[in-house]
Write a protein that binds this ligand. Structure first.
Ligand code: MET
Ligand SMILES: [Zn+2]
Length: 400
């Protein structure tokens, strides 16, 4: 085998599959604490991290993203290091890089080092202080020869511009995803403008991660794409959404849902939702497709199976998963065998099994929030005239 193809080459040739949600999955498995969400697990339980990388590789993931989320010193020291631990960003990040490289070598995957928003920025620290935090992390990625860099989970475009600037100093390809929805960043900068600013700062790949479901995230990508086209910019597009449905979320996404983070399971997307997402993302021109919080092995495998033709290969774990549920043809019960087909799974509207489960956690907002259009469609309000009526009703404080 010759040298590995780089990320930009792979994106130019076809579609790249990202990874799933590490901190969320490892929280459920007992290795990460919800609240700080910091990844000391790379030092405390490296095997748990290694196993999750392997699961994603088996699902078709082309990139082993080192588990470096929130591993800046300012975050670890002030809001991480649970139970008196004294791990530094450098130590956590170095361990993460080592594990990612080890598993990547078991396949043909690239390795990626990522930085995310900092408490220093959120508490009003200036550019120099914020960039100093990033520089420490990025030095570790350079020392470990990571293939490319990612700025992910930024709520403010100004901070991600500073992040991209530091990443560019390395000469490595840079990807950049903000955790924003169709309403834009937390200062109200529109999504299209955020994309343009990320690209102008030098990002080769731009898009969104986290905070919103696959379909709301694609709405944001559409706005980003329109902004980029208008500005004559052509970075690759990237989308790593939640594995949860969030049509009722406001501008800050799932963080504000009452179920965040411990009762989101009834909102979990199915693998069939991810088939649909992968197709829509691909058709929209998104070439880097993965997942964030809540996404698991089977979501990524669904992306890889949906795009098997485009990629010219199926994931390793398809060995145990016939397309569209066809493995059920071997079931002993005839009524289950009847579900061994695409039509059945594509058209199924899964129940929650909870007699008092509302479809929206804050149904009173359903005409006015980010995904309101989708919510209305779910609720059967399909024509533009009906939707307008709902909007008017909601704006009038519910008075008809
Ligand atoms: C809260 S977003 C977390 C992103 C990170 N890549 C992870 O999956 O853990
Ligand atoms: Zn996430």
């Amino acid at each position: 085998m010759g040298p590995k193809k780089g990320i930009l080459e792979r994106l130019a040739e076809g579609v790249v599959i990202g990874d799933g949600g590490f901190v969320f999955e490892l929280e459920k498995r007992g290795y990460v604490m919800a609240g700080p969400w910091t990844p000391e697990v790379t030092l405390e339980h490296p095997d748990a991290v290694r196993e999750l990388h392997r699961e994603y590789l088996r699902a078709g993931s082309d990139v082993m993203q080192a588990l470096t989320f929130y591993a800046s010193d300012d975050k670890l020291i002030n809001r991480g290091n649970v139970a008196g631990k004294k791990f530094t960003g450098a130590a956590v990040n170095a361990a993460a890089c080592k594990i990612a490289k080890e598993v990547a070598a078991e396949g043909d995957a690239l390795v990626l080092g990522g930085i995310s928003e900092t408490p220093t920025y959120l508490s009003g620290g200036g550019k120099a202080a914020v960039q100093a935090e990033f520089r420490k992390q990025i030095q570790v990625f350079v020392d470990h020869g990571m293939d490319f860099l990612l700025c992910e989970y930024f709520e403010y475009v100004e901070e991600v511009e500073w992040a991209i600037e530091v990443c560019k100093e390395t000469g490595k390809p840079v990807a950049s995803t903000m955790c924003i929805g169709p309403k834009g960043d937390m200062h109200g900068v529109p999504a299209g403008e955020c994309a343009v600013r990320m690209a102008k700062a030098g990002a080769d790949i731009v898009g969104v991660n986290c905070h919103f479901d696959p379909f709301v995230s694609l709405e944001t990508i559409k706005l980003m794409k329109a902004g980029l086209e208008k500005a004559g910019l052509k970075p690759f597009l990237m989308c790593q959404p939640l594995g949860y449905h969030t049509p009722d979320a406001g501008p800050q996404g799932f963080i504000d849902l009452l179920e965040f983070p411990f009762a989101l399971e009834p909102r979990l997307c199915t693998r069939w939702d991810f088939h649909k997402f992968a197709r829509q993302a691909y058709d929209l021109g998104v070439r880097y497709i993965g997942g964030c919080c809540g996404t698991q092995h089977h979501h990524l495998r669904a992306v890889a199976e949906e795009l098997a033709k485009e990629r010219g290969k199926t994931p390793l774990s398809s060995e145990k998963h016939a397309p569209w549920g066809e493995g059920l043809a071997l079931h002993t019960k005839p009524w289950v065998r009847a579900r061994a087909n695409r039509e059945f799974w594509e058209n199924l509207k899964p129940a929650t099994g909870r007699p008092f489960s509302a479809s929206m956690s804050e149904p009173e907002n359903w005409g006015v929030t980010a995904g309101s259009k989708l919510m209305m469609q779910h609720a059967g309000v399909t024509t533009e005239a009906e939707q307008e009526e709902v909007r008017r009703f909601k704006k009038g404080g519910g008075k008809h």
